[in-house]
Design a protein around this ligand. Structure first.
Ligand SMILES: Cc1ncc(C[n+]2csc(CCOP(=O)(O)OP(=O)(O)O)c2C)c(N)n1
Ligand SMILES: [Mg+2]
Length: 575
C-alpha cells in the first residue's frame, strides 16, 4: 500500500498544484500580508490565474459562480477580516450545495506558539475563532501544519468535491515556503465505488418499482446539477417514458425543451399539469429534494407517500435506506435494469403564451412588456443569472436548449448574482452571460462590474431601476422610505469603472427604447438600465411576498394594516 512515490515540495506549491489537479484554474480573492507568501508562489509557478476582487464577499460569490460551471471553485483571503467578509457567500455555497474551497492566509504558527497578539485577530491570544465560525457553513475545516498539510489538503479538496459543499482551510503565513514530502501522483477526483451488494439491492428496488408503475415521474432539485447526473436522468426518463419536473432551485438543469420535461413543481404554485404529474404519480423518483417555503408554494407541495428519495450518497426506497451508494452508479444501474416503456407518449407541448405584438413603441415600459421582450431575447446556450427581487420572473421564462440558470434560491443573498457573474464568466467566457438584477441588489456588489470590465468580459446586464426594494414592499412597507434606495446613474457605471470601456449603456423608459437596446450586438458589454414604476411588480412575485409576510409575521402582524403591502392589482376591465 505504502509504495506510492513521493517528492519534496513547498506547502504552498503543493496546495496550488492540487487545486490545479482538481480542475481549478483561477483563484478569486483579496491580498493581505498573511496570504502574500502563497500569492507570490502562485505568481512564481503560474499554476493558477489570480482574479483579484474588490472585496471578499464578492470573491466568495465569484468562487461559487465559478464552481457552478467548473465543478469546483476557490478563493484566497487574509486572516479574520477576509473569512468573516466572505462567510455570507460561503454560507450560500453551503445552502446551495456548491463546492468551494475558502483558503485563508492566517496568523503565523510562530505567533501561536508564543502567544503573540497579531493584527486581524481579537487580540485576545486565541486563534481558533474563524475555524469555528466556519464550522456551520462548511463540510470540513483545518489549519495546516507542516505535519498535516499533505493529508489535509487532499482531505479538504476531496471532501468539497464529494459532498458538494464548501470547506475552509487556514494556511499559516510562515509555512507556505516550507518543504514537505508530498505524493507524486496527481489527485484524482472520484467517489469511492459503491458497496456492491448495497448498489445491486438499491438498483433492484428502484427498478422494480419503476417497472410496474403506471405513472412514474421524476422530480429534481439542485443536486442533479451538482452531481452532474442530468444526462442520466434524461436517459432514464426517455427509457421509461416518464415526465420530469424541477423545483425552482434546479431551473434549467434539465433542458427545458426536452420532450419529457413538464415544468417547475412548486405545490399549488405549479402549473396544474405539473402538479398533477408529480402528486398523482404512483412511483415518484425525487433527487436531492430539499423543500423550503419558496420552492413549495409555501409548503403546499405534497409528494406521494411512497416517493423514492435519492441523494448524492444514499437512497430511501420504502422502509429501506441504502448507504455507500453513489448517485451516478445508482442511476446507471437503474437505466440498465428497467424495461423500455412503449406506450406513454410525451405530453403535448404547451401552447406558447401569446406574444402581444404591436405594442405602442412610445408606451411606458412595464414589467409585463419587459419580460415578454426578454423571453424573445434568449438564445440557446445562454447563461442566465437572477438576483432577488422582481427579476424572479426569470424563473417562469421558457429557456431555449442548453441554457444554464444561476440563482441562489435557498440562500437568497442580494448581490450574489454580480459576483457569480464574474466567476462564471471566468469559467466559461465563450458563452453569452445575461444578468437580471434590481437596483437594490446591484448596490450590494456593484463594484465587481469593474473586475468584469477589467478582464474584458462582455455580459449583458439588465437592471431594473424602480427606486428600491419592490419585492419587499409586497411583504411590508409599501410606501415606506426604508424600502427606498439612492437613485444612482447606473448606466454610467461601466465608464466609471473602466475609463476606456467600449460597453454600450442604455437608459430606457419606453417599450421602443427597450427594443432598441435589445438589438445591440453582444460584442461588448451591454448594460441596460430600465426605469420602471416603483409599484409595478409581476403578480406572481407580489402574491409570493404577501404569502411570505403571513408566514413571517403571523396573523397579528403589521402586514394587515391599511395600505401596508403592495398587493396584486385588481383585474381591470378587459380591453
Ligand atoms: C444580504 C441580504 N440582505 C437583505 C435581503 C432582503 N432582500 C431580499 S430582496 C431585497 C430587495 C431587492 O430589491 P431589488 O434588487 O431592487 O429588486 P426589486 O424587487 O426592486 O426588483 C432585499 C433587501 C437579502 N435577501 N439579502
Ligand atoms: Mg428595485
Amino acid at each position: 500500500m505504502s509504495s506510492k512515490s513521493t517528492r519534496r515540495m513547498s506547502i504552498g506549491d503543493f496546495l496550488l498544484r492540487r487545486l490545479g489537479e482538481a480542475g481549478i484554474r483561477h483563484l478569486f480573492g483579496v491580498p493581505g500580508d498573511y496570504n502574500l507568501a502563497l500569492l507570490q508562489q502562485l505568481q512564481d509557478t503560474g499554476t493558477l490565474k489570480w482574479i483579484g476582487t474588490c472585496n471578499e464577499l464578492n470573491a466568495s460569490y465569484a468562487a461559487d459562480g465559478y464552481a457552478r460551471l467548473n465543478g469546483l471553485g476557490a478563493l484566497l483571503v487574509t486572516n479574520g477580516v477576509g473569512p468573516l467578509s466572505a462567510i455570507n457567500g460561503v454560507g450560500g455555497s453551503c445552502s446551495e450545495h456548491v463546492p468551494v474551497i475558502c483558503i485563508s492566509g492566517s496568523i503565523p504558527l510562530r505567533s501561536i506558539d508564543r502567544g503573540l497578539g497579531m493584527h486581524h485577530s481579537m487580540a485576545d491570544g486565541t486563534w481558533d475563532h474563524f475555524l469555528r465560525a466556519y464550522a456551520p457553513v462548511t463540510a470540513a475545516q483545518a489549519r495546516l501544519t507542516p505535519r498535516s498539510a499533505a493529508t489535509e489538503i487532499d482531505r479538504l479538496i476531496l471532501t468539497a468535491w464529494r459532498e458538494k459543499l464548501p470547506v475552509y482551510m487556514e494556511v499559516p503565513s510562515d509555512i507556505a515556503y516550507l518543504e514537505i514530502e508530498v505524493p507524486a501522483d496527481p489527485l484524482i477526483l472520484a467517489d469511492p465505488p459503491s458497496d456492491p451488494e448495497r448498489l445491486r439491492s438499491c438498483i433492484a428496488a428502484i427498478a422494480g418499482r419503476l417497472s410496474v408503475a403506471k405513472s412514474p415521474a421524476i422530480l429534481i432539485d439542485a443536486d442533479v446539477d451538482r452531481y452532474r447526473v442530468a444526462s442520466e436522468l434524461m436517459e432514464l426518463a426517455e427509457k421509461i417514458q416518464a415526465p420530469m419536473a424541477a423545483i425552482n432551485a434546479a431551473k434549467a438543469v434539465i433542458d427545458e425543451t426536452f420532450p419529457r420535461y413538464s415544468g417547475i413543481y412548486a405545490g399549488k404554485a405549479s402549473e396544474p399539469h405539473v402538479q398533477e404529474t408529480i402528486e398523482s404519480s404512483d412511483c415518484l423518483l425525487a433527487i436531492g429534494y430539499r423543500p423550503i417555503e419558496v420552492t413549495t408554494g409555501d409548503f403546499t407541495a405534497s409528494l406521494p407517500a411512497n416517493t423514492i428519495q435519492a441523494r448524492g450518497h444514499s437512497v430511501d426506497v420504502g422502509e429501506d435506506n441504502y448507504q455507500a451508494v453513489t448517485l451516478k452508479e445508482v442511476l446507471r444501474g437503474v437505466i440498465d435494469a428497467v424495461p423500455r416503456a412503449v406506450n406513454r407518449g410525451p405530453r403535448d407541448a404547451a401552447a406558447p403564451t401569446a406574444i402581444q405584438h404591436g405594442a405602442d413603441a412610445s408606451a411606458k415600459l412595464t414589467q409585463a412588456a419587459y419580460w415578454q421582450a426578454i423571453q424573445g431575447y434568449l438564445r440557446p446556450g445562454d447563461v442566465l443569472y437572477v438576483d432577488n427581487g422582481t427579476s424572479f420572473v426569470t424563473l417562469g421564462l421558457k429557456l431555449p436548449p442548453n441554457c444554464t440558470f444561476v440563482g441562489s434560491i435557498n440562500w437568497g443573498s442580494i448581490g450574489y448574482s454580480v459576483g457569480a457573474l464574474l466567476g462564471a464568466l471566468t469559467a466559461a467566457p465563450e458563452r453569452r452571460h445575461i444578468l437580471f438584477i434590481g437596483d437594490g441588489s446591484f448596490q450590494v456588489s456593484a463594484q465587481e462590474l469593474s473586475t468584469i470590465l477589467r478582464h474584458d468580459h462582455k455580459p449583458v446586464i439588465f437592471l431594473i431601476n424602480n427606486g428600491g426594494y419592490t419585492i419587499e414592499r409586497g411583504y411590508l412597507g409599501k410606501d415606506e422610505s426604508y424600502n427606498d434606495v439612492a437613485n444612482w446613474a447606473y448606466a454610467e457605471l461601466p465608464r466609471v469603472f473602466r475609463r476606456d470601456t467600449s460597453a454600450q449603456s442604455f437608459v430606457v423608459r419606453t417599450v421602443g427604447d427597450f427594443q432598441k437596446a435589445l438589438r445591440a450586438p453582444n460584442d461588448t458589454m451591454v448594460f441596460v438600465e430600465s426605469i420602471m414604476d416603483r409599484d409595478d411588480a409581476p403578480t406572481a412575485v407580489i402574491v409570493s411576498s404577501n404569502k411570505g409576510a403571513e408566514l413571517d409575521y403571523g396573523p397579528r402582524g403589521p402586514q394587515y394594516r391599511e395600505n401596508a403591502q403592495l398587493r396584486p392589482r385588481a383585474p381591470g376591465p378587459s380591453k
